[in-house]
Write a new protein. Sequence first.
Length: 136
Amino acid sequence: MIRTIGAFCAAFLAFTIVSAVGAANAADRFGVIGVENSTKVVIRLQHRWGTSGAWASDTLPPGERKWYWWTFTKPNEDKTPQFQVRFDSDLSPGQFVENYDLTAYQAPAHEWVNAHKYIFRYDGGGKFIEIYDEKK
């Protein structure tokens, strides 16, 4: 009986240690943002990290998604500069450029599943395109 209790305690202790190690969280190493185009038009956008850097141009075809990430200088730094995006939201001739500040999720990997997701959708009777936080 004592051996059975001892074996049970040893097995329980081993299970507890393995469970605790497996449940440990990986260190956050990136700030991640994802954008998805749910419209039927190509989105031409510009983006940058921070408020004073150079703008980078990008395109997002209909039904596609892209993600962008900021790499931390050390694990769990959790300091991501503001991610800014701008695009022409007016589908008629001319331009109406909209600027947005997007917030990144801190994550251990720079993958779509870890991204704070935003979606381009039609607004205003299909005459405009806006970007929406997926969670709102």
